[in-house]
Unconditional design. Structure first.
Length: 187
C-alpha cells in the first residue's frame, strides 16, 4: 500500500531548506505555506468526506496520497502547487494554485475543513493565492467546479471569476488577470 513515509529521515533538513525558498502568503488571519508531511492527516480527512464528491469520484487512501504528493511536488517540478492554510497554529484547509493533469490553464482550487467553513477563511485564502498567481503573469487563471457545487461557485463569483465554459463535466470559471478586471497590468 502506498502511504506517507513517517520514518525519521536524515535528509529532513534538505526538505526544510527547500520549503524555506517557497512562497509564504500572509493575510490578516491566515498563513499559507508549503505542505509538510503532517498536513496529510487533514488532507486525507477532507478528501474522504462526502463533500469530496465535488472533486471527482470517491477516492481511496492511496489515491488521496497520490493527489497530496502531486500537489506538493508541483513546487519542485513547476514552481506552483498547494498551500496549506493555517489559522494561528491550526491547519484549516488547502488552496491549490497550479496545474495538474488535464488542466488547460493555471488553476485555483480550495478545500477548507468543515469546522472552519462559513468564517470567510476560504475567501481570504483564495484571494491571497489569486493575488500570488496574478503576480506570476500567467496567460489565464481558472477554477474548475462541479455544476452542483453552489458554495464554490458563489465564492468564485465573489473573487471575480466568470463562467467561460466546461471541461470534462466541470464548469470552468476564468478570473481577470488583475484585481480591476483588466489583463493589461501583466502585459
Amino acid at each position: 500500500m502506498v502511504s506517507p513515509v513517517t520514518l525519521p529521515c536524515p535528509g529532513a533538513h534538505i526538505a526544510e531548506a527547500a520549503r524555506s525558498a517557497l512562497p509564504v502568503l500572509r493575510t490578516r488571519r491566515l498563513v499559507l505555506r508549503a505542505p509538510v508531511l503532517g498536513d496529510f492527516d487533514l488532507f486525507s480527512r477532507l478528501f474522504s468526506l462526502p463533500a469530496a464528491k465535488y472533486v471527482g469520484r470517491t477516492q481511496d487512501h492511496e489515491t488521496i496520497w497520490a493527489q497530496f504528493t502531486n500537489y506538493t511536488a508541483g513546487w519542485v517540478l513547476r514552481g506552483d502547487g498547494m498551500f496549506t492554510v493555517c489559522q494561528d497554529d491550526t491547519i484549516v484547509g488547502f488552496v491549490f494554485a497550479g496545474v495538474e493533469p488535464g488542466d488547460q490553464a493555471i488553476e485555483l482550487g480550495f478545500f477548507v475543513a468543515p469546522e472552519a467553513q462559513r468564517q470567510g477563511i476560504a475567501y481570504e485564502a483564495a484571494e491571497a493565492a489569486l493575488t500570488h498567481l496574478r503576480s506570476l503573469g500567467p496567460d489565464e487563471i481558472v477554477s474548475y467546479v462541479a455544476p452542483e457545487n453552489a458554495a464554490s461557485q458563489a465564492l468564485i463569483a465573489k473573487l471575480g471569476g466568470e463562467q467561460t465554459g466546461t471541461l470534462d463535466g466541470a464548469l470552468v470559471f476564468t478570473y481577470p488577470l488583475d484585481s480591476d478586471g483588466s489583463p493589461e497590468a501583466y502585459s
